[in-house]
Design a protein around this ligand. Structure first.
Ligand code: SAM
Length: 285
């Protein structure tokens, strides 16, 4: 290489692919998949089918969980040498409960440009159709497969004020729902099954009903499960009087229990809260 020549580094594209319906691929993703030197895929056989469908013949290399560290090193070298690479997973957005984070981190350290290509993700697709009013949510990905770990995770989430979002496979949906019912109670739930596919199903009901449905042999397919917070944790009100009013009108809790709860939540003296509660609960029929 001459003195003034320097290699232009390649670009690492993080490409979202469909979660079922092939029409959900973006035009930009198709163009980039056709233009890059290499596609790093979680499962090359799976991605080959997608590429064949769109008549793309870019070479593939595998990039899966067990090989992330070793493969990232090789891919970063190729990027530094000027090759552009697109990373794809089997479905949806790489790095979201899928491999990708290690390659992205190593490419960033090496000073390589990283360009995300937005597209499908089961997470956002499910949330968009759930109709959840809460502007926040907590994404947990897959709950641990070991029962004791799953149960301690759920116990730690008992008083979360945010809707909980899980990914789950048909094999484990029943155990997850049954632990949720036992630990978090019969809350309002929502499942999105087989999103974008022929048998897509969106179901909003109590966890106990979802558990009954999951027990039915018909419920195959991948799931996104959303569990709403305990209603009492979501009490609405800007100040003590408004909160007392909310508890008076939305729960069957006694004046004494409400006072104890709010005193604890707000760090106020129980007698002060009790005095104000007396006035507000006076009007309760
Ligand atoms: N990276 C992907 C994404 O962006 O959604 C998620 C990959 S994760 C290994 C696979 C899980 O995503 C499935 O077990 C399921 O919980 C969820 N999922 C993927 N496709 C789905 C679909 N079509 N319908 C419902 N859930 C789906």
């Amino acid at each position: 290489m001459g003195k003034d020549e320097k290699t232009v580094m390649g670009i690492l594209y993080i490409a979202a692919t469909p979660i079922g319906n092939l029409e959900d691929i973006t035009l930009r993703c198709l163009r980039v998949l056709g233009e890059v030197d290499l596609i790093a895929a979680e499962d090359t056989r799976h991605t080959r089918k997608l590429l064949t469908h769109f008549e793309i013949s870019t070479p593939l290399i595998s990039y899966y969980r067990e090989k992330e560290v070793q493969r990232s090193k090789q891919l970063v070298e190729r990027l530094l040498a000027g090759e552009s690479i697109a990373l794809v997973s089997d479905a949806g957005t790489p790095g979201i409960s899928d491999p990708g984070a290690i390659l992205v981190a190593q490419a960033r350290i090496a000073g390589i440009s990283i360009v995300p290509l937005p597209g499908a993700s089961a997470l956002t697709t499910a949330l968009s159709a759930a109709g959840i009013m809460n502007p926040h949510f907590l994404f947990l990905g897959f709950a641990p497969s070991k029962k004791s770990h799953r149960r301690s995770l759920l116990t730690s989430l008992k008083s979360s004020p945010w809707p909980l979002v899980f990914y789950e496979s048909p094999r484990r949906i029943q155990s997850l729902l049954s632990d949720i019912l036992e630990i978090l109670g019969d809350r309002q739930g929502f499942w999105a099954r087989e999103l974008t596919k022929t048998f897509e199903e969106l179901k909003s009901c109590k966890v106990s009903t979802l558990l009954d449905l999951a027990a039915s042999k018909k419920n195959r397919g991948e799931f996104v499960l959303i569990i709403e917070p305990d209603k009492l944790i979501c009490a609405e009100g800007e100040n003590l009087s408004e909160l007392l009013l909310w508890y008076r009108d939305n729960t069957n809790m006694t004046l004494k229990d409400v006072s104890r709860k709010l005193a604890g939540d707000l760090g106020l003296s129980r007698s002060k809260v009790y005095q104000e509660a007396l006035t507000i609960f006076k009007g309760k029929k």
